[in-house]
Write a protein that binds this ligand. Structure first.
Ligand SMILES: NC(=O)c1ccc[n+]([C@@H]2O[C@H](COP(=O)([O-])OP(=O)(O)OC[C@H]3O[C@@H](n4cnc5c(N)ncnc54)[C@H](OP(=O)(O)O)[C@@H]3O)[C@@H](O)[C@H]2O)c1
Length: 325
């Protein structure tokens, strides 16, 4: 009897605690959204975590969702899974490996043959790899910087004409609160002189790449001023996904902690949806968002315009966009 009492108390307590958290985190307001029916929405990394949850929500709203994924089997498995929840919208799997600039170019070319416009681009895919492992992209860039920033930088630039054709259109880049710990050191962009760590909170290489996402989104807004292509940078908060790989046996303990304090992917994608669809931020561009609202500049570290502009120029050189011009 006593056990039953404690168990009931624990369940009710958990439910009440999660309800309070959910209220604080916010939910995309479906009653105040642009109509997503038949909009072409490209989501990178849509087979898993936040990307998959976003794909499901977009399909529910009737969108044509291009699921830009590294592994086609994973993409197809995600589609089967999403279809158990919703039968609306279209889900189109397409191959992209953001760790290969050739693959990004191939994807952009394949996409332009399928669709002459893109309404919403969601730069969501990401890796969190310890600098200790010294993993590199195909072109030899540090993996976090290469996939999270450079891959998306090239992809966005290649899709700009399609986004302009669909204007008013939106670009959402998924960053993280961890960007606050990042640093763009132009003498060591690949972080070769930085110590690698497995600790996700202290992972400098990841933090730098997430800061690059923020600066990119900010500078993109300046470049696109007057085109009616708006840019948004979303910070999702802590979400229970597979991006953080915790070894056994810590995984059991951390899984419990995550279940209590972290967002589910469905909760984690709400700010992304807010940026992609909300009428409330229709006329905003170059801003950051968390908890489904604007993250005011006075509450975070200021973005230095000259750093954003220089990072853009260097990134153009690194991905070979200067040659294309
Ligand atoms: N989870 C969090 O607490 C948290 C917090 C703040 C920000 N974020 C950001 O949220 C975004 C989504 O991450 P998540 O948490 O949903 O993690 P996730 O479940 O691991 O999803 C990451 C996605 O990125 C894809 N991806 C990785 N490398 C790729 C590549 N080279 N080319 C194409 N796709 C690639 C993965 O594909 P595979 O499945 O094939 O590997 C997967 O679909 C990331 O940008 C992350 O930085 C997450």
């Amino acid at each position: 009897m006593e056990f039953l009492y404690i168990a009931t108390l624990a369940v009710v307590g958990f439910w009440a605690f999660r309800s309070i958290l959910r209220k604080f985190w916010g939910t995309a307001d479906r009653g105040n959204e642009e109509d997503a029916t038949n909009k072409v929405v490209v989501i990178t990394g849509a087979n898993s975590g936040i990307g998959k949850a976003t794909a499901l929500e977009m399909a529910e709203r009737g969108a044509i969702v291009v699921m830009a994924c590294k592994d086609m089997d994973e993409a197809n498995a995600a589609i089967i899974n999403i279809r158990k929840t919703t039968g609306t919208g279209r889900l189109i799997p397409m191959k992209i490996d953001l760790a290969s600039l050739d693959s990004v170019r191939q994807f952009a070319s394949d996409l332009s043959k399928k669709f002459d416009k893109v309404d919403i681009l969601i730069n969501n895919a990401g890796v969190l790899v310890s600098g200790k492992l010294q993993q590199k992209t195909q072109e030899g860039f540090e993996i976090n910087f290469g996939v999270n920033h450079l891959g998306h930088f090239l992809l966005t630039n290649l899709l700009l004409d399609s986004l302009k054709k669909a204007a008013p259109s939106r670009i959402v880049t998924v960053s993280s609160d961890v960007h606050l710990k990042g640093l763009i050191d132009f003498k060591d962009l690949m972080g070769e002189n930085q110590r690698g760590t497995r600790n996700p909170i202290k992972n400098k290489h990841y933090a730098n790449s997430k800061l690059a996402n923020v600066l990119f989104s900010f500078e993109l807004a300046r470049k696109l001023w007057g085109t009616n292509v708006q840019t948004y940078c979303a910070s999702t908060g802590l979400v229970k996904t597979k991006i953080v790989k915790i070894p056994f046996p810590w995984r059991i303990f951390s899984s419990l902690i995550q279940r209590i304090f972290f967002k589910t992917p469905q909760e984690g994608c709400q700010t992304v949806l807010h940026c992609a669809l909300s009428k409330q931020c229709r006329y905003e561009t170059g801003e950051m968002y968390q908890h489904c609202r604007k993250w005011l500049p006075e509450d975070r570290i200021p973005i230095r315009r000259e750093v954003a502009s220089r990072l853009w120029t260097v990134s153009e050189e690194l991905v070979g966009l200067k040659k294309d011009k």
